[in-house]
Write a protein that binds this ligand. Structure first.
Ligand code: HEM
Length: 341
């Protein structure tokens, strides 16, 4: 088994077009999942075509326009004294944001959230009967919303994909795959950025104080969290041809979490230091053609969430043990009990 831990090598493989995400016969390590295929699991040219259709919704300009809405949601969620930082703040914020962007109505959001969590868990644990059921339900919910948007289009991602489908730019199956990818990516990653950042700050009181005095360093806190506690710890690539000692169709596991603590690149890599200079960029959002499409959105959500916490809850403290999610790929907390006093 090939594994990389160095930052330069991991980045090089991610950007090397001799590597891809599936072997010639179409097999793929995620084949155990029931999810419809998405462009995360496709090589060019299909990857290029499908990613291009989803890209406009995540442009920096769109995300900027969106900021005020995220601030409002974050503010409303923080109207409480004792709470679970994950269940009551870090999770509902991105869920509400991605539901809004996709065009999932408020009344369906809770159902999507429950099923989305189960569907995402299948990446780690394989498929259980409960997950298969959740998968069917998510697809049925999307089918219903797609049918609605065919009748009455709106200003959301479902509507723009429905329009692209009408112009034969993607199939109905590819549209479903894209929507499920955006839903799961939106639900399952940003929650961990917000949770991991809050925990890191509470565990490093001097940096929490520094941040409160200078909330404008929020982007630096976000970047250091992404490096130090990367929400996505690994990914994999397959060689489409022999590359040095790696044979054709052999898989390489790329340890993003290890690359982000490469001592050759980041001095004292295990130290959480929000003033650290990030050059080169960490690999928490990957690199190359699969570089996270939601990176600008995730950074903005992290920025808004952390500023809101610092402003509204200067006395924030942990009131019970933090528990971790049971996952190899995803690093994040299941629960973090806190109090504002
Ligand atoms: C802190 C939060 C996030 C992290 C750490 C993260 C991480 C990643 C990583 C590592 C990849 C690439 C995997 C690979 O190369 O094999 C990726 C891809 C992707 N992410 Fe994110 N992500 C985050 C948030 C989001 C959000 C909010 C969205 C938007 C809904 C999103 C949408 C996507 C999509 C669509 C891809 C596939 C890109 C492609 O295959 O071309 N992500 N993300």
């Amino acid at each position: 088994m090939w594994v990389t831990t160095s930052h330069p090598l991991t980045g090089k493989i991610l950007r090397d077009r001799r590597f891809g995400v599936r072997v010639a016969d179409g097999s793929y390590p995620g084949n155990g999942s029931l999810l419809p295929e998405s462009f995360l699991e496709l090589d060019p040219p299909d990857h290029t075509r499908l990613r291009r259709l989803a890209t406009p919704a995540f442009s920096p300009k769109k995300i900027d326009e969106y900021r005020a809405r995220v601030e409002k949601v974050a503010g409303a969620l923080l109207d409480r004294d004792e709470f679970d930082l994950i269940a009551d703040f870090a999770a509902p914020l991105p869920i509400s944001v991605i539901s809004d962007l996709l065009g999932v109505p408020d009344e369906d959001t809770a159902e999507f959230a429950d099923y989305g969590a189960l569907v995402a868990a299948s990446f780690d644990t394989g498929v259980t009967a409960e997950m298969a059921d959740a998968n069917d339900k998510v697809l049925a919910l999307f089918d219903r919303l797609i049918a609605q948007r065919r009748r009455t289009p709106g200003d959301d991602v479902i509507s723009s994909l429905v329009a692209a489908e009408a112009e034969k730019k993607l199939t109905a199956q590819e549209m479903l795959g894209t929507l499920v990818l955006l839903l799961v990516a939106g639900f399952e990653t940003t929650v961990n950025l917000i949770g991991n950042a809050t925990r890191a700050l509470l565990d490093h009181p001097a940096q929490w104080q520094l941040f409160q005095a200078h909330p404008e360093i929020a982007p630096a806190v976000v970047e250091e969290t992404l490096r130090w506690a990367s929400p996505v710890q690994l990914t994999s690539r397959v060689a489409h041809e022999r590359v040095d000692r790696i044979g054709e169709d052999e898989w390489v596991t790329l340890l993003i979490g290890a690359a982000n603590r490469d001592p050759e690149v980041y001095p004292e890599p295990h130290k959480f230091d929000v003033m650290r200079v990030h050059k080169p960029e960490h690999l928490a959002f990957s690199s190359g053609i699969h570089y996270c499409l939601g990176a600008t959105l995730a950074r903005m959500e992290g920025d808004v969430a952390l500023r809101a916490l610092a402003r509204r809850m200067p006395g924030l403290r942990q009131t019970g043990p933090a528990t971790f999610r049971d996952s190899v790929v995803i690093r994040g907390l299941k629960s973090l009990p806190v109090s504002r006093f």
